[in-house]
Design a binder for this molecule. Structure first.
Ligand SMILES: [Zn+2]
Length: 352
């Protein structure tokens, strides 16, 4: 990952610190050592470090189990918001998915359960600082494990639930069911929160949004899996010349009912022109060539790219279509509409 520093490799998995994380830790220790904020001393700084130790253990366990199932782990990166395991394709086998998902929270819970008796027996003989650190390390592990086992996306528990359901129904139905259980749980949590603790409402909102978004993404990726650009792209691309006038191109748009065209000349893709670019052009400028209004930095795709990635690109850049280029030549065009059509077809086929 960009801007991260590898600290060690274990089980062949590189563990990296993102530089924002490094800065944060540096800031915390600086505040602690210089006593800039009352109450934040070195013990607190160590405690925060321990929290990240618990997070690394959690991520490492996910990764370790995944690796046992043959999943390639690229790295684990620590960010200020937690840890991220970068894995190539997760297994589609529900049992394997379940084991990978449950392993992370389990290691935290086991740690809490094992350390708690140690704390009860020997806690008093430790120095007050060590006693404090041990107690909170146990509590953090317990909370981390328990919270992640909530049966809602994007928590591990959501994945566990989905995998459990997927052994009994098809993957899409399982994802939808898991998502609605997660949302119901969030609503219940919010109700309890209103009665007991407003902090729960915040968590409930987080859980609800996560369940909603994650399930949509999982569903999309599942539906689009295995579809490449070449499978659904439009091959006969209507292109326009850079010297065509705005008037002419607008006419073409109304005739063919396509809202965007590659601007192409002598085998070279010069840009892309959309209705969005042309509609604000005032009447007196409609005799000008479209090259003056086209977007020049064109994002392109290739026939071999998978459609899920293309959809991500489209959304990220807020564009409706991408020209498909192979060996420098324009071979097709793929639009959001094409992808949505493919989605609908898959959905109809897979849920029947
Ligand atoms: Zn996890």
């Amino acid at each position: 990952m960009k801007y991260s520093l590898k600290i060690f490799t274990i089980f062949g998995i590189p563990v990296e610190l993102h530089f924002s994380f490094l800065l944060l830790m540096l800031a915390i220790y600086l505040v602690a050592v210089l006593n800039l904020i009352p109450g934040v001393d070195v013990v607190v700084a160590v405690l925060i470090t321990l929290l990240f130790v618990a997070v690394v253990l959690h991520e490492l366990t996910h990764s370790y189990v995944a690796q046992r199932y043959g999943v390639e782990i690229e790295r684990i990166v620590l960010l200020p918001i937690g840890g991220v395991s970068a894995m190539k394709e997760l297994p589609k086998d529900p049992h394997q998915e379940l084991m990978i998902a449950v392993a992370g929270p389990l290691v935290n819970l086991v740690l809490a359960v094992v350390l708690y008796p140690v704390f009860l027996l020997f806690g008093n003989s430790l120095s007050p600082s060590l006693n404090f650190l041990l107690y909170y390390f146990i509590l953090m592990n317990f909370l981390l494990g328990a919270f992640n086992l909530l049966p809602a996306f994007p928590m591990d528990g959501g994945r566990v639930l989905r995998a459990y359901l997927a052994e009994r129904m098809n993957f899409i139905k399982a994802t939808e069911t898991a998502a609605s259980i997660g949302k119901t749980l969030a609503i219940l949590m919010a109700i309890v929160g209103i009665l007991i603790n407003p902090f729960l409402i915040l968590i409930a909102i987080f859980v609800y949004l996560g369940a909603d978004q994650e399930s949509k993404m999982v569903l999309l990726n599942t539906l689009l899996e295995g579809i490449n650009v070449r499978d659904i792209m439009t091959r006969e691309v209507k292109t326009v010349n850079p010297t065509d006038t705005v008037d002419e191109v607008l006419k073409v748009m109304f005739q063919h009912k396509h809202m965007g065209y590659p601007v192409y000349k002598d085998g070279e893709l010069l840009g892309i022109i959309t209705f969005h670019d042309l509609s604000p052009v005032p009447e007196e400028k409609k005799h000008l060539p479209v090259e003056e209004f086209m977007t020049r930095d064109v994002l392109v795709t290739s026939p071999d790219e998978d459609v899920a990635t293309v959809l991500e690109k489209l959304n990220l850049n807020n564009v409706g279509r991408l020209p498909v280029v192979q060996d420098g030549k324009l071979v097709g065009i793929i639009s959001k509409t094409d992808i949505m059509k493919a989605l609908e077809m898959r959905k109809g086929r897979m849920s029947s």
